[in-house]
Design a protein around this ligand. Structure first.
Ligand SMILES: NC(=O)c1ccc[n+]([C@@H]2O[C@H](COP(=O)([O-])OP(=O)(O)OC[C@H]3O[C@@H](n4cnc5c(N)ncnc54)[C@H](OP(=O)(O)O)[C@@H]3O)[C@@H](O)[C@H]2O)c1
Length: 335
């Protein structure tokens, strides 16, 4: 059993035991929906004292485990949740993991709504004068087609357009805080997926998993195009696959899917293990100058051929800008 201790400032990577561990890599605190042990990883990383890190989807699963680990390393965490109670509980867990009277800034936003993403960005800009790392982690799969208030298919809105819009709105602050990093949680589920440019709302055909895979492909294309646009700025953009992780993922799609996820649980990683590459991408000097790359298990991996297609990445960027333009005009008209 390791007992958490504050990590001192250090230039060189450290081997750090984080959290109160059982079985070497699992913490006692359970995931709020699956009961799976969360946090605690020993990894090669650098202390990140006073780095300001904003994480979406930090109320559960990979995002919560990453936030706990980063807080334990000394980072100042800002978390985004859509539910006040869950966000408050997550904040308390992150503060406990930090173990040093740390404060955690909390933001409430429903990432399916562009107006909510715009309010979130404005609030972050007002409250965080410095932003060293932005982690676009929130994501979900939906079994049935649903439209958001912006008229966008829900999976696309939450998994792709929210990271796209939030990153764009916070980009200037990240540049001012450079060196800075943008990390997006993608997935190996992107393999075999295609962006249906002529059916962006999946109106012709909708399959929950297929749609999810398309959005995870969009995460990788967004990362490579963002990295290209950020060349020469000291702001990097990378994404990663956490592997199969026992979280709340796909527990919102009825009893059968819930049962399926329970059956998969013995083959799944803990959220702490799933968060390991995220924490490394946020902290390690090894990736300080690496950008536009897809990782898993702390190694660069080639994504699918479509994910490497720079023309598709450029086209997706332009279409995403158009999909966010209407809410941008409404926001301007209101102000
Ligand atoms: N689990 C896996 O095996 C796996 C594999 C590959 C990739 N991923 C990716 O990992 C990321 C994290 O997922 P997870 O596995 O940790 O699942 P999770 O336990 O369900 O966590 C998802 C997080 O996203 C938040 N979220 C979902 N919809 C939101 C919305 N509309 N507005 C604001 N927040 C929202 C959730 O908030 P609530 O607490 O309010 O629900 C939660 O904090 C996702 O991008 C997912 O695609 C997961």
């Amino acid at each position: 059993m390791h007992v958490f201790a504050r990590v001192p400032k250090a230039a060189a990577p450290l081997k750090v035991p984080i959290g109160v561990c059982v079985l070497d890599d699992e913490w006692l605190g359970p995931d709020h929906r699956t009961g799976h042990p969360s946090v605690a990883i020993a990894l090669d990383c650098c202390a990140v004292n006073d780095k300001q890190i904003l994480i979406t989807g930090a109320t559960n699963g990979i995002g919560l485990a990453a936030a706990e680990a980063l807080a334990a390393l000394g980072a100042n965490l800002a978390i985004v949740g859509r539910n006040k109670t869950r966000t408050r509980i997550a904040s308390a867990r992150i503060r406990a993991a930090a173990g040093r009277g740390a404060t955690v800034a909390t933001f409430i936003a429903d990432l399916s709504s562009q107006a909510s993403v715009r309010r979130l960005a404005a609030e972050v800009l007002a409250r965080c004068p410095k932003l060293d790392v932005l982690v676009n982690n929130a994501g979900a799969m939906y079994g049935t087609p649903q439209l958001t208030e912006d008229g966008i298919e829900l999976t696309w809105a939450v998994n792709h357009l929210a990271p796209f819009l939030l990153s764009k709105l916070l980009l200037q602050r990240l540049k001012e805080s450079a060196p800075a990093r943008i990390i997006t949680t993608a997935s190996q589920a992107h393999q075999g997926a295609h962006i249906q440019f002529d059916d962006l709302n999946a109106e012709r055909s909708f399959r929950g998993f297929g749609r999810y895979c398309e959005t995870k492909l969009a995460n990788i294309l967004f990362t490579t195009e963002l990295a290209r646009r950020l060349e020469g700025t000291e702001v990097t953009a990378n994404c990663f696959h956490p592997r199969l992780v026992a979280t709340g993922f796909n527990r919102n799609n009825g009893l059968l899917m819930d049962l399926g996820m329970t059956i998969l649980r013995p083959m799944s990683r803990s959220p702490a293990k799933g968060a390991k590459t995220l924490v490394w991408l946020a902290t390690s000097p090894d990736v300080a100058n690496v950008s536009g790359v897809y990782f898993f298990d702390q190694e660069q991996r080639p994504p699918s051929p479509e994910a490497q297609d720079t023309e598709t990445a450029r086209r997706l960027w332009e279409i995403s800008e158009r999909q966010c333009a209407v809410s941008g005009r409404s926001a301007k008209a209101r102000s």
